[in-house]
Design a protein around this ligand. Structure first.
Ligand code: FAD
Length: 452
């Protein structure tokens, strides 16, 4: 019987769902899958993006883990495609590869002053509070007033993590240094800015509602932002999600405020112009916008300034190019047709596929990566005639290659060991888990139980 030896690069939800779907897919051949992951632990942004106070979403890890634990997928963690393994290596050992490498960088916001000390990308902050091993463990939290630019869920995550009292994060898996940093933060005011109006936001109702439940944090809204135009009224009347968002905001407008020690302000109709400061962030300049009656916005010419000491841009994530693989610099994705990777002449690159955020761009929830993977897998299966013919398809060959290069890879047993270790650390303090952060420590704990 034909055997498909498949490599998947990236063990985030997209990569794991792709493996799961392929194994369950009705097909005329055997399948053997190896997942390569840069981090010593799997799950991508579910572990290193989803906020620690979203345990329900983090719980998706349980479902992903069940897929890995079935025992028919091998995982090689701590292996970086482009450095530890190359496209040539994959061609030697597999019939095809799926790239599921996601998007981990901040998109740019090109305004003067954005490079000042005190101006950060949301992804950097997320990497800090979620304990990503490859980012600095120090984070400066010395601002009393902070601006967050963006009107998507990541902006809400950042604003919530900044405004929330550290003690309310204690039951979560946050590393100790993150608790200490947030505990010492002098923040009193977090200002979230969107270019458009309340009826055009990109956040989802659940995430918005959560802000209003923060202990000792007042939600502040401004009447001038709620003078709805016809387009906004239509959006509210015709779209259930927008309707709920409007309802939540209107409830907050009626609330008594003034008692809380912290405030979370939502500003709409504000286009970023400049981060002001002399050697450090001192203020934010923006232009008031207005609806243009066609669903867009126009500047009103009215410029305002707000004194702040730190600013976070949450204007989107961006994918990274991969060695030997076509890349769309403009969109930050691998160019593809329904997951089949395309070259510069729009021709299919045989044997190479994409799924998840690197396929479709950094939008959408974890669940969306499932339908994405289904589409990619369908093509992979139908493309059998164009698969690669590897010289070393045996499962032992890739292991020998990694050994010969001295790569300290982690495997599924290693992840189990790390997982247990982290749960043990948590148990000591009555918490579900405390994350191990340094990469070497993660690798050591994982490889302590390496069975190979
Ligand atoms: C801050 C933030 C919060 C979010 N919160 C939620 C939420 O609450 N609910 C929700 O449903 N969705 C949320 N999302 C969206 C969700 O995280 C994504 O939809 C999902 O993670 C995308 O999956 P992916 O597998 O494509 O990418 P990723 O999750 O990014 O996984 C990609 C994996 O590939 C690995 N990789 C990258 N390059 C290489 C390489 N060269 N070699 C080897 N491995 C590599 C990475 O280490 C990573 O593990 C959030 C996203 C962000 C950024």
């Amino acid at each position: 019987m034909t055997k498909l030896r498949l490599a998947i690069v990236g063990a985030g939800p997209a990569g794991i769902y792709a493996a799961d779907i392929l194994l369950k897919y009705e097909k005329q051949f055997d399948v053997s899958i190896d997942l390569f992951e840069h981090l010593p632990a799997p799950y991508g942004l579910v572990r290193y993006g989803v906020a620690p106070d979203h345990p329900r979403i983090k719980g998706i890890i349980t479902a992903l883990r069940e897929v890995l634990d079935r025992g028919d997928i091998r995982i090689f963690g701590n292996v970086l495609y482009g450095r530890d393994i190359t496209l040539d290596d994959l061609k030697q050992h597999y019939n095809a590869v799926i790239f599921a490498t996601g998007a981990v960088r901040d998109a740019d916001l090109r305004i003067p002053g954005i490079e000042l000390p005190g101006s950060y990308g949301a992804a950097e902050f997320v990497n800090w509070y979620d304990g990503h091993p490859d980012f600095p463990r120090e984070w400066t939290l010395d601002a009393s007033s902070v601006a967050v630019i963006g009107n998507g869920n990541v902006a809400l995550d950042v604003a919530r993590m900044l405004a929330k009292h550290a003690d309310d994060l204690l039951p979560t898996e946050i590393p100790a240094n993150v608790y200490d940093g947030l505990k010492a933060s002098p923040v009193t005011d977090v200002h979230v800015f969107g270019r458009r109006g309340p009826a055009q936001v990109k956040f989802t109702p659940l995430e918005l509602r959560e802000l209003g439940e923060l202990r000792d944090v007042d939600m502040i809204l401004y009447d001038e932002d709620f003078d709805y135009d016809e387009a906004s009224k239509t959006a509210i009347a015709s779209n259930k999600q927008v309707m709920v968002i409007d309802r939540v905001l209107q409830q907050w407008r009626q609330r008594e405020v003034g008692q809380a020690s912290r405030r979370l302000h939502l500003h709409f109709w504000a286009k970023p112009l400049e981060v002001i400061g002399n050697g450090k962030v001192e203020g934010f300049r923006f232009e008031r916008t207005a609806p243009d009656a066609q669903g867009g916005i126009v500047g009103t010419g009215e410029v305002r300034e707000l004194p702040i000491q730190a600013i976070y841009r949450a204007v989107g994530y961006f994918g990274s190019p991969l060695d030997g693989i076509p890349f769309d610099e403009h969109r930050g994705v691998i160019p593809n047709h329904e997951g089949q990777v395309l070259d510069d002449d729009n021709q299919q690159v045989h044997g190479v596929y994409a799924t998840g955020w690197i396929k479709r761009g950094p939008v959408g929830l974890i669940g969306h990566t499932k339908s994405d993977a289904m589409q990619t897998i369908q093509h992979l299966v139908n493309d059998q005639a164009n698969w690669w013919s590897p010289a070393h398809p045996e499962e032992s060959a890739i292991v020998e290659l990694l050994h010969s290069r001295g790569i300290e890879y982690t495997n599924l047993d290693g992840w189990h060991a790390l997982d247990e270790h982290e749960r043990g650390l948590g148990e000591l303090e009555g918490r579900e888990r405390i994350k191990v952060v340094p990469r070497e420590e993660m690798v050591q704990i994982s490889r302590g139980s390496l069975v190979d």
